[in-house]
Design a protein around this ligand. Structure first.
Ligand code: AMP
Length: 290
């Protein structure tokens, strides 16, 4: 595996891969890798001939009071895990390489970037879309792999790719969970043992909504109430939002639609966690993917 620190070098590799008609898959990450990230690499290996992963803790997606400085960084371990998983190129630039002096340009998906996560984290998605567009331009991947764990991020990136006619196909991948249901996240490392136990409340709330849907409930107000109730019984977690939206538009809806997202965000101690479930209408009713 080759470690690449500069934009120019990564661009040259991308040009060579295109010239050789290789299919380059990109897995963008912020490092502190876990099985969720490695599942994206595995998905990329199924349909690409060359795999690039990036590790870049993007300062522009962190708010002034967020955890940029203390975000976990484990470069050596991450590089070893990526190499073992079959990654060919690890793009790991410094912030000054991505945002040189004088940098002023950004891209925003209007309307969607200030809802849900965006309401609590102003500017977050502008930082995400800007860096993802740059990574797509630098690495020129035919395919890029993103986790459904960050469902709003995925929706926003797909919208950006469609709106800007990007040459990269955005591939969604399932959420990887711990045995007790907690969605894997680099931020889980912040949790102490009591918080770690409480943190399953996000999964438990979504699971309660899933059970209610399987019993025929389709009114989103009732489903939201079901999720809120689970949070109210877990005082060590402070619910930020429990919402149900149309997966196509991210608008709130009174009843489940063809494709719907149930999303939750909460603070457990000082750690902000998110999770979601994907709800789809099938010929046999609604099916819920956690
Ligand atoms: P991050 O390093 O947190 O920016 O995440 C990099 C990529 O990994 C994003 O596409 C995430 O959605 C994805 N990811 C993070 N956690 C998980 C998980 N538990 N399951 C699946 N994908 C994940």
């Amino acid at each position: 595996m080759e470690i690449i620190r500069t934009v120019e070098w990564m661009k040259q590799i991308a040009r060579d891969a295109r010239a050789k008609e290789q299919i380059l898959g990109l897995v963008p990450t912020m490092g502190a890798l876990h099985e969720g990230h490695l599942s994206l690499v595995r998905a990329a290996k199924l349909d690409c001939t060359q795999i690039a992963a990036s590790i870049f803790v993007n300062p522009k997606q962190f708010g002034p009071s967020e955890d940029l400085q203390k975000y976990p960084r484990k470069f050596e371990e991450d590089a070893a895990a990526l190499e073992k998983s079959g990654v060919h190129y690890l793009f790991a630039p410094d912030a000054s390489e991505i945002y040189p002096t004088g940098f002023r340009t950004s891209v925003t998906v209007e309307g969607w970037s200030d809802r849900l996560e965006g309401r609590s984290r102003p500017g977050h998605f502008k930082g995400v879309t800007t860096v993802v567009l740059k990574l797509f331009e630098i690495a020129q991947p035919q395919r890029a792999y993103f986790g459904r764990k960050d469902a709003q991020q995925l929706a926003i990136i797909r919208r950006m790719a469609a709106d800007l006619n990007l040459d990269t196909q955005v591939i969604p991948c399932p959420i990887v969970r711990e045995p007790d249901g907690l969605a894997m996240s680099s931020r889980n490392a912040y949790l102490n043992s009591d918080e770690r136990r409480s943190a399953t409340v996000l999964y438990r709330a979504l699971n309660a909504a899933k059970k209610a849907i399987e019993q025929g409930e389709t009114q989103t107000a009732c489903l939201i109430e079901t999720m809120r109730k689970i949070f109210s019984e877990e005082p060590s977690a402070a619910l930020d939002y429990a919402e149900i939206v149309d997966a196509e538009t991210l608008n709130t809806i009174p009843h489940l639609r063809k494709t719907t997202l149930a999303l939750v965000a909460a603070l457990v101690g000082k750690t902000r966690l998110i999770d979601n479930a994907q709800i789809e209408e099938t010929s046999e009713g609604f099916s819920v993917q956690l």
